[in-house]
Design a binder for this molecule. Sequence first.
Ligand code: FE
Ligand code: CA
Length: 519
Amino acid sequence: MSEKFSGSRREFHRVAIGLALAGMAAPLWARPQSAPRWMSNPFALGVASGQPRPDSVVLWTRLVPSLADAAISGSALPVKHEIFADAELRRPVMRGETVTDASRAHSVHVIARGLQPQRDYWYRFTCGDAVSAVGHTRTAPAEDAAVQRMRFALVSCQHYEQGYYTAHREIAGRDLDFVLFVGDYIYEGGASAPLVRRHGARPPHTLDEYRVRHALYKSDADLQAAHAAHPWIVTWDDHEVVNDYANDRDPAYTDPAVFLRRRAAAYQAYFEHMPLALPPQGASMRIHDRYVWGRLAELWTLDCRQYRSHHACPGAKRDSNRSLRETACAELSDPARTMLGADQERWIDQGLAGSTRRWKLIGQSTQMSATGIETPEGRKVWTDGWDGYPEARRRFLQGVANAGVGDLVVLGGDVHRHVAANLRVRPNDPDSPVIASEFVCTSISSSGSSRASMERLRRDNPDVKHARGDERGYAYVELTPERMQCELRATSHPVRQDSVFSTQADFVVEAGRPGVQDA
Ligand code: FE
Ligand code: CA
């Protein structure tokens, strides 16, 4: 835990005195009898905000009482939040109190309503004599505002064992409207080299085990800094539960009733550690969502895991190899197979068709453009991604084409490589017009594929204009009414604690002209 994020009694008194000097009455909780007195600061996982709307934002923290504070942690705890209009915390905007307890891992989710659009706010939490770090957040612009600029970071895949979160350090220092995280926030499984640190536990199955895993990830100072600096908009991929799961099936074909209990535990722990408003209902959790950025942009986040059809043509070893010959699997062309599920598919189709914003952005977990490889036996595809759901992809893109949806950019992660690509109803077919653009961000830390394999991917998929998996990083995106710029930020692998980032490639999409172009 860094100095910056530690709350001490002395710091608390300094803050209280500061408020008094600023002309405010001393806070009501300055000396309450019932307020806990902590042996160590329970706000060890930092603070976060998310789901930015024109008038609201979700504030998050979680108390992690140490063993020395076990007596306190058994009871319900009152956690106060304060929101300010300035970084010096001199101009209070609102305050309130939430009661939390062990049943929700002492997590706190505050939906702060009644805020002004497109404003910066600072916030913190207190519990007894403990004070959290100060977070910064920003609301979305009014839905009819003529917004001239929007900036965000596109982020995914942060295996704790395979690297440090130096990318988050850079993200924390940037002026952004939000961070868009598209999946693999935690990894349930261990990794092969490079190993810079260890999970120190078996893959989680129970709620307690998922909580421990999330807390380990959130103990990282750089990750805490990126959460404290910006609101986050999040969706998930597979590793938040288990690698390559599909709906109610895990790669080991565990009895679905047993697997859904694991999924429920994973979703509950995910909720407890994220700035989200809606908790799961058992093994179900609504994560897909919609955001509006004035008249400039509309952003949909998708859930590509919970409702998808099972993988096509699993091999005898089931999970050992998801790469297969297209022609050897008739199931791939079954139109009943879905990536999003019927309800979410209808929701996104209607949302896109009805949108009146300039830019239509989709944040989803994996790569949508085709990535099959030609082999002497025929074209081989990876069936966990959109290539494994080609009819669902065709249906989605045909809907986009039929509705005349322009200025659509699909944003993804999962594949641990920076990608810039064009999207057509029939992938890689020059007779099928380019109708949308795609950017995929490489991983924060999870290892990726060689330059040679990415050259091969590009050779066999002309729609993919850029693909590099040998570097780690994130994508910086800036939108104006005229164009979208995407800077692929990267550092060489393996990630070092002192690594610096540079721009691996720079692309633009011009309004009214689908497809990616060199900047
Ligand atoms: Fe990943
Ligand atoms: Ca993944």
